[in-house]
Design a protein around this ligand. Structure first.
Ligand SMILES: CCCCCCCCCC/C=C\CCCCCCCCCC(=O)SCCNC(=O)CCNC(=O)[C@H](O)C(C)(C)COP(=O)(O)OP(=O)(O)OC[C@H]1O[C@@H](n2cnc3c(N)ncnc32)[C@H](O)[C@@H]1OP(=O)(O)O
Ligand SMILES: Cc1cc2nc3c(=O)[nH]c(=O)nc-3n(C[C@H](O)[C@H](O)[C@H](O)COP(=O)(O)OP(=O)(O)OC[C@H]3O[C@@H](n4cnc5c(N)ncnc54)[C@H](O)[C@@H]3O)c2cc1C
Length: 616
């Protein structure tokens, strides 16, 4: 599997190079285009062992290294002359970066760093491609000068000989073992013992160690986290893709599969005629569209911020960090939940490997963990919301993506309920601000009672994560509303197309309303009649979108090779393809399986003999 994945990954890398020549060398705006060509995902269903090389190793060299360091290492990496990974997580630490144990001690006598993973728990553990594929890595370590800790730093480390691929002296490297999925990625471990690298192997665009050992601190320490921000933006796009693939498969299957008459005596309908099936499938189609649009927005913001950071303007980093966290979490949670819901919507055949829904789930699910575990990132956003609420109380402006918080904070009560889209959106935002206010009261009371900020964050954690989740809902729903209702190119859309988009907006807003009804009712009075009216509208809009479901998923434009699913094939010949896949199973090569003579027959005979004896 690993060699097949590497073979396909090399093919994909060549494609990426040709795209880079067309777009711009190493530009971040090529990745969505690349992912628009899902061949990357389909060709490598067991995961791409070069993903981290492309997404993190090459970018870290470009963004964290000096121009000279880019010339020395980055150009070769961009040209795939060397293959690297991003080695930050350790066996003992992943989330708490300040607890990382790998260390880099500066030796001013030789102008080198001595790299060590002092304990087993200090071993780098998880980096993609580290096990077998990479010959370099970005090694993230705590920097020490004269045994004084200076914080985290990144080092370019060669781990294997470029000719023989043998691990270099002082390097202990290998594969960490089988996973739930992505088993073509060869995630690896790395131990270093007194491994020396020249001073200029420390990436020094933002912080420097001078030959005499003087340390020049970064103006903004968080800029060293930038490689993670980029991947969080990519995850938002990639996981919306996984959900779109699963939605396409389940939709196509749901208009092929017939089961259970709706009226006695009538023929069995397509299962998508069942309202409950519509409720399983159609909202996931819409969620995939909603997140694809939100991820595109985030990608633009990333590109703008990356250019600003290059000019040493770090002002937009905090907002990008907050949005990258919230979208990475929301997209990975909702896509993972959605793919499983779509699998269940396909009955038993959804559980077959030939349906590919299990593999899509296995590709999507780890995004809830990597690049920042989701609950930790929710807490991170909760902390940022507390900081911004203090700004609101001080009457200060907030970052654009949080402007609604200021607006809602000025509302003494929620206006008359109308049930309009604007009303539904405002309800979600109003509930979010109410949750922020409650979280702040708890958090602030703790800080006032002399709890440390980190302890107050921990003990207010449930309210902070709730506020963060509702902030994510508010941002995503607000973005979707703007794209459908206020988009500058709205007049270029046909009325029919605009109507489909508005139905999708109606469904998204009502679905989010019902998902957070408890949170909303805490702050807004809504009558039973008003809620029942929304229930009717939900049923109505599912019926309205039913005829468009196949067309919308066809518009995702996944070809059969990419979906790799007997249930979601374009020609709809599901049963033929399921049977064809079954006949290919190795167990069907012989009529009598080998285990019959060896195990089954003796077992049955022994039981028969025992039965006879017991009768005597
Ligand atoms: C060959 C062809 C292939 C083609 C490839 C392309 C094809 C693409 C297809 C696939 C695309 C996408 C799929 C993705 C596949 C990728 C594969 C998996 C990769 C996984 C890699 C990893 O997992 S790398 C390791 C990730 N690890 C983490 O994320 C660690 C998580 N922990 C943290 O981030 C931090 O510890 C923390 C944020 C939780 C806490 O930060 P800190 O310790 O500093 O403490 P504070 O919370 O107090 O923060 C201090 C201040 O810093 C601010 N802050 C924190 N983080 C950031 C940030 N990132 N940016 C900016 N600012 C930040 C924080 O807000 C505090 O600010 P103040 O309050 O103002 O002080
Ligand atoms: C498929 C895959 C690919 C990966 N690729 C890479 C890679 O290329 N490079 C790399 O460096 N790493 C990589 N990782 C590692 C990944 O970044 C870490 O797994 C992730 O950061 C979580 O850290 P951890 O696994 O050590 O969990 P921990 O940090 O030990 O967290 C475990 C659990 O503890 C809880 N927890 C932790 N901290 C807190 C907190 N502050 N508050 C509340 N609860 C908390 C959470 O429930 C969390 O799930 C990869 C992981 C996976 C699964």
């Amino acid at each position: 599997m690993a060699s097949m994945s590497v073979k396909h990954a090399i093919a994909a890398a060549k494609k990426l190079r040709s795209l880079q020549e067309r777009f711009n060398p190493g530009g971040s705006d090529i990745y969505p285009a690349l992912m628009g060509d899902e061949a990357i995902t389909a060709l490598i269903p067991s995961g791409n062992p070069l993903s981290v090389h492309i997404l993190m190793f090459t970018r870290a060299l470009r963004e964290q290294g000096t121009d000279e360091q880019y010339e020395k290492f980055g150009r070769r990496a961009d040209n795939n002359e060397i293959i690297g990974t991003f080695a930050q997580t350790e066996l003992g630490h992943g989330t708490y970066l300040r607890g990382l144990e790998a260390r880099a001690d500066y030796d001013r006598g030789t102008e080198e760093f001595v790299l060590n993973t002092p304990k087993l728990s200090s071993y780098k553990w998880w980096p993609g491609g580290l096990g077998q594929t990479c010959n370099y890595c970005i090694f993230v370590a705590q920097l020490y000068i004269d045994n004084e800790a200076k914080g985290m730093a990144m080092f370019v480390v060669q781990i294997r000989d470029e000719e023989t691929h043998m691990p270099l002296p002082g390097v202990h490297v290998g594969e960490i073992g089988k996973k739930m999925g992505l088993n073509g990625v060869n995630n690896g471990f790395l131990g270093l013992k007194d491994y020396r690298v020249p001073r200029l192997n420390m990436l020094m665009r933002h912080q420097q160690v001078l030959p005499d050992g003087r340390f020049v601190k970064s103006p903004v320490s968080q800029v060293s986290y930038f490689p993670m921000v980029f991947v969080r933006c990519m995850v938002a796009r990639q996981n919306s893709n996984y959900l779109a693939q699963a939605a396409t498969i389940a939709t196509r299957y749901s208009v092929i599969r017939r089961q259970s008459p709706i009226e006695e005596g009538q023929p069995e309908p397509k299962i998508l005629e069942h309202l409950t099936q519509q409720m399983k499938v159609i909202p996931e189609i819409v969620t995939a569209v909603v997140y694809r649009l939100a991820a595109a927005n985030l990608q633009n913001m990333y590109n703008e911020t990356a250019e600003a950071v290059y000019r040493k303007d770090f002002s937009r980093l905090p907002e990008l960090h907050a949005l990258a966290c919230i979208l990475k979490v929301a997209t990975s949670y909702d896509s993972t939940y959605g793919i499983e819901r779509l699998r269940q919507a396909c009955g038993g055949h959804g559980y077959l490997t030939a349906g590919n829904l299990g593999n899509i789930f296995a590709m999507a699910a780890p995004a809830c963990t990597y690049e920042g575990e989701n609950s930790v990132l929710y807490l991170q956003v909760g902390k940022i919301l507390m900081k911004n609420w203090s700004q609101v109380l001080a009457g200060r402006e907030l970052m654009p993506s949080m402007a609604y918080i200021s607006e809602c904070s000025k509302m003494t009560s929620f206006p008359q309920w109308t049930g309009s889209w604007e009303c539904l959106l405002k309800a979600i935002q109003y509930a979010c601000v109410g949750s922020i206010r409650l979280a702040f009261q708890s958090y602030n009371a703790r800080v006032q009672s002399a709890q440390s900020q980190t302890a107050a964050v921990n003990y207010s954690g449930l309210e902070l994560t709730k506020a963060a989740e509702l902030h994510g809902r508010s941002y995503v729903a607000g973005n979707f509303y703007q794209q459908i209702v206020n988009s500058p190119n709205k007049h270029q859309r046909s009325p029919q197309f605009q109507k489909v988009l508005e139905n999708m907006l109606e469904l998204h807003l009502i679905q989010i309303f019902f998902r957070h009804l408890g949170d909303i009712l805490r702050f807004i009075r809504i009558t039973e009649d008003e809620i029942s009216a929304l229930q009717r509208r939900l049923e109505e809009v599912l019926k309205e979108l039913r005829p468009d479901a196949v067309a919308i998923t066809d518009a995702f434009d996944f070809n059969d090779k990419i979906l790799s699913s007997a249930l979601g094939c374009y020609d709809g010949n599901v049963y033929e393809r399921l049977f064809e896949a079954a006949l290919k199973h190795p167990l069907n090569r012989k009529s009598v399986p080998d285990f019959f003579e060896a195990h089954l027959k003796p077992f049955m005979k022994e039981n028969a003999d025992n039965a006879k004896k017991s009768k005597l």
